[in-house]
Design a protein around this ligand. Sequence first.
Ligand SMILES: CSC[C@H]1O[C@@H](n2cnc3c(O)ncnc32)[C@H](O)[C@@H]1O
Ligand SMILES: [Zn+2]
Length: 430
Amino acid sequence: MKRILIKEGTILSMKEGEQAFTGDLLIEGDKIAMVAPMIDQPADQVISAKGMAVMPGLVNAHNHGAMSLLRGFSDDLKLMDWLDKKMLPAEARMTEEDVYWGTKLAIAEMIRSGTTTFADMYVCMDAVANAVVESGMRASLTRGLVFLQDDGGRRMREGIDLVEKWSGAGDGRITTMFGPHAPYTCPPEPLREVIALARQRRIPLHIHLAETKEETVKIRENYGETPTEYLYHLGMFEHTHVLLAHAVHLTRKDIGYLRGMRGGVAHNPVSNLKLGCGIAPVMEFKRQGITVGMGTDGAGSATTLDMFAEIKAATWMQKLDYGDPTQLSAEEALRMATIESAKLLGIDHEVGTLEAGKKADLILIDLNQPHLQPIHNLFSLVAYSVNGSDVDTVIVNGQILMRQHQLTTLSWEEIQREATSRAARLVEGL
Ligand SMILES: CSC[C@H]1O[C@@H](n2cnc3c(O)ncnc32)[C@H](O)[C@@H]1O
Ligand SMILES: [Zn+2]
């Protein structure tokens, strides 16, 4: 079993109530064996973390990885126009191979900016899973289910195939969910079916909820309810772990329906800002004891997959919304991007904090840079001043995926070549 010893780092464990301290961390195989001020043990590889922050890898709780091929193709549109007129036509041209290379492009970007786990909702999930297995990343995978046209059950079958074929693959790095896309693309009957299936098989659900005002108007026209009430009355929040992406437009009563739910909300601040969707009631969710994690959404809307940008945006949005800089502190935002997101994915027993017994998913951030000195408070520095490009080293499941900014499991030249030509073909004439 390989032993990696990380020496003299500034450790930000993200354990509740623990402050940063100078110390060492020992990895044995795929797990953290010890975190302490000084570890004097033999190791196969010693990494000096002097001048570096050592923290849990970031957990991106909502993404559509292969949409990185559509980054920058269509901006400054309303969500429904952006989706219906631009994204869906381009996605209709996507082959399995496009999804594979688009996902690899996303994974390369995520590793380079310190993300070690991502939740992905997309199509051609064999391609996504292969990209995850080969890269060494950790992921929660979902086949997105749009039920607007009858396809004879093909999409649902693909969702079940994903769960049966890939749960636990990649040495346990892959978990799966069922993914009804959104209230406005899922009528009651198929939604009831997928909820029943999730309950029967004990598989979580991943769904977009109340992202725009237009969605609330449409669902009221169709069903006479808010999007949250619609899901609640179909029984989605009973006995099922649910990951709700966005959750921007909820009434007080809606938030009440979520109280006590399993799972929680994946907040996507940059996408919400860029598409002008609104500000999610993050502080109210937290007050009601609802878990709130963080994601980027796809690069087609967020434009980058840098979770450090999301952390900043999340805090700024709450401060602005309340006109009060004490709202959503640096530490709270960092918790959302690590342990709270891990809870949403149902893997908080494995990742999200640095402690003995958990999987060795961690990042080293180079603090020896002008914009990261001096160091008064590490939570503040990491939340407000660090950028994704400051991440030096990334380890997932005990495997080094990036060392001194160099990817070790992926060929950037190959990804760049494939992504460039495929992206051009997807958008030609659209
Ligand atoms: C059927 S796979 C997932 C599906 O979701 C689309 N998508 C990407 N971003 C968003 C968003 O912000 N709201 C709703 N749907 C979104 C993506 O284009 C795929 O078609
Ligand atoms: Zn999304």
